[in-house]
Design a protein around this ligand. Sequence first.
Ligand SMILES: [Zn+2]
Length: 91
Amino acid sequence: MSDHRPHTDPDGLRSMPMPVSRDILSGDLMIPASAVTTLLRAIAAGWTACPCDRSDCHRTAARYAASLTAYADQLDIGCIAAAGQAADPAG
Ligand SMILES: [Zn+2]
């Protein structure tokens, strides 16, 4: 019998701060990008292996973790670029 559940602790994820604010002009709800990247990396950290101990499951879990980490990295890169443009009036 195989157990293919991820290792991510749902209680740990629930305890992560997710500060929500509202944009004054648009009224859109917003959360800081850093909260999203922290969440993605926490989920990825739980997908480093599968408890069933099958090598194909380990590879699949590793691919999911790599994808989540890549999304977090892309978000960081986008935020760094946007922060640079905001700091440089000529940019
Ligand atoms: Zn598995």
